[in-house]
Design a protein around this ligand. Sequence first.
Ligand SMILES: Nc1nc2c(c(=O)[nH]1)N[C@H]1C(S)=C(S)[C@@H](COP(=O)(O)OP(=O)(O)OC[C@H]3O[C@@H](n4cnc5c(=O)[nH]c(N)nc54)[C@H](O)[C@@H]3O)O[C@H]1N2
Ligand SMILES: Nc1nc2c(c(=O)[nH]1)N[C@H]1C(S)=C(S)[C@@H](COP(=O)(O)OP(=O)(O)OC[C@H]3O[C@@H](n4cnc5c(=O)[nH]c(N)nc54)[C@H](O)[C@@H]3O)O[C@H]1N2
Ligand code: SF4
Ligand SMILES: [Mo]
Length: 697
Amino acid sequence: MKNNASQGTLDTGSSDKVVRTLCGLCHTNCGMIISVKNGVIDKVRGDPENPGNRGKLCPKAAAVKEFVYSPERLRHPLLRTENGLEPISWDQALDIIANKFGEIKEKYGPEAVVLNRGAPVTQDVHDAFTQLMAAFGSPNATGPSHLCHWPIEIGMKLVTGRNGGPDYPNTKCVIFWASNPLDSTRVGEGVVFGRYDKVITEAKSKGVKVIVIDPFRTAVAAKSDKWLPIWPGTDVALGLAMLHTIITEGLYDHDFVAKWTTGFNELKEHVKETSPAWAEKITGVSAGDIQWAARTYAASKPASILPGNGLEGITSSVDSTRVIGMLEAVTGNLDIPGGNVFFPQVPLSRYPTVRPDKKPLGSDEYPLFTRLSFPVFADAVITGKPYRPRALLAYHSNPLLINANEKKVREALQKLDFIVVFDMFKTATAELAHLILPAASCFEKDGFRPFSSPEGAFVALRQKVIEPLPDCRSWVDVEYEIARRMGLADTYPWTNTEEWINYRLKPSEVTVEQLRQKHVVYVTPPVKYMKYTVSGFSTPSKKVELYSDTARQLGYDPLPVYKEPAESLRSKPEMGEKFPLIGTTRRPGVYIHTRLRNMPQLRKLEPAASVRINPGDAQKRKISEGDRVVVESMNGSIPLMARVTDAAKPGLVVIDFGWGNPGDNGANVNVLTSDGERDPFSSTTSNRRFLCQVKKA
Ligand SMILES: Nc1nc2c(c(=O)[nH]1)N[C@H]1C(S)=C(S)[C@@H](COP(=O)(O)OP(=O)(O)OC[C@H]3O[C@@H](n4cnc5c(=O)[nH]c(N)nc54)[C@H](O)[C@@H]3O)O[C@H]1N2
Ligand SMILES: Nc1nc2c(c(=O)[nH]1)N[C@H]1C(S)=C(S)[C@@H](COP(=O)(O)OP(=O)(O)OC[C@H]3O[C@@H](n4cnc5c(=O)[nH]c(N)nc54)[C@H](O)[C@@H]3O)O[C@H]1N2
Ligand code: SF4
Ligand SMILES: [Mo]
């Protein structure tokens, strides 16, 4: 098989065809070259010309064929009847949805129908059913946003206006703060820097300092110059202490602070008391290490920080982000080569939305969180206040397993009149559904992905590799068919996949046809640094807002304040009698969220849902490597396999996230987590921190 340089078309050799495409299994969207023989996927390899992965694929890619041709795939629409799930035709299924949604709209209003989409690993998941909801009139779209991407977005918006990604090729110091890019293969949000697996080794070979702030000794922590093993949920204290050191020692960028920030004096006053010694007691990180990290970060200009998803599973997610934004700003590391940079983005056309006066549930309580948060949705279903949602369309998502407090989420889902699950597999959420729709996989439909990069923003095409398996369908067709049946098709600016892509890419002046020829098309010039000198920052004052009037006006603290989490051994030592350990969750690198445990090749790599526990804590409980154990929290208990390791510090246990689908024989960690305490800005629940006890089974 030969590559036709930079072209979408490839020599086919002995195959029927060879397709240049993108993997859609995770956000990274690596370039892939897939050959097809007799209509079936044959070989999968990395695309050496893709600017992101440059030919490299992760271990999950080896399971592409198992994923597409899995015997467990849903192959017919299924309707729940008195006799269990019965196969029905697509026509019947689409009629049922249109009728049921219509009925609910008439009785309770359109807002009683709620859309739940999963993590936007592909543009499809981001866009699917948006237009339907707008045309139908429901402002209620939910999903994992309160746990993913949005808390950091809100925090950065308040301080710097936007989340800037580390400029890895030019940086001299990088802090991986609650991020683990070696397993998650995400070195920046949609930002491409060459092979993700090489970022750290390349950085270190150039003498770049790598600092990791993480409770667990992750793959990236193991390679770092310094690992700060922080207690989960205490990042605000650590960040304030770093600001204390940088400000009191005069290590900040005086020029930048004077010209481009507001509220420095208030911040200076605010951090007077937040010394490293104060933070040591809260965070478990020694005052000396905090000082070292602050001095190293401030002195190694340019320096950068990658705030990660670990911050979005704690109830101070937005304030944790705010302190990180402040560190980037006071050291003058914003939008400079090697700092945290606002990379060019692909311009996309907007979708029409519902009438602006229609706000999602919860918008009074969380005015900066402009969609429906799942915990707010669950509350509304259970209490009926301010009104009760009646139906859920769950697309490419598994809300039962991914939200905190599984018991409550189950109760809420069971209270709904009508649940449609549109998935490739019969998930735990599908087990509660009234109607299940079989989805075409990412390799069975066209799609696209916008990327940012220092060389410019570009678009790449996810070309369909094979036709959908019989009776499996793509969201575009399903969405349009539902809209047509409900008399809403007139509002659609597109009717099929190609029109959808062309519609979205119009402002970038790229078409599907061009993408089929070239595969990757750059749509902006390379990054320009220090754009703020021309247009200011994207905040109301056009400066970095260290003291936030926006927050104050909305009734929040104008400066980030450390608050002890509700489940705390420090403030409530009596809790330690039953639950003396602090639990957090881990994202196994060979799986994605709740997916892929049914792929035999991957299952061999991580066969069981596990809890990682420190040797001392294990010994006290007579637990050995591989033992069956039970982990209990205030909310419930789950069986797990013990992994004894000093990668977890004494007092910490780390539990795999994502198990619990039918047939995976694993337990859902969110049985243990609570949804009561929430971040006041983003409603983030405590998915990454809970008190617990481990016992031998
Ligand atoms: N305790 C704890 N909880 C967490 C997290 C954590 O770290 N710890 N992480 C949080 C984060 S960051 C996120 S993003 C969420 C993830 O939350 P979700 O995105 O809801 O979880 P997934 O397991 O990715 O669910 C995606 C579903 O889409 C299906 N699917 C795959 N391909 C297709 C397709 O092409 N079409 C359709 N229709 N379906 C498809 C899969 O089978 C799967 O069931 O979980 C959050 N919850
Ligand atoms: N293989 C694989 N890749 C994935 C995914 C997947 O499920 N599997 N999911 C994708 C998704 S949706 C996302 S959001 C990204 C996430 O990618 P990243 O942003 O890199 O996040 P994680 O890999 O979850 O790593 C978060 C780290 O934060 C640590 N942590 C937990 N709580 C805290 C805390 O309170 N403070 C600090 N400082 N650290 C904490 C955890 O121990 C963990 O090592 O990965 C994406 N890529
Ligand atoms: S699953 Fe692996 S190969 Fe596929 S996009 Fe993610 S990192 Fe790339
Ligand atoms: Mo996520």
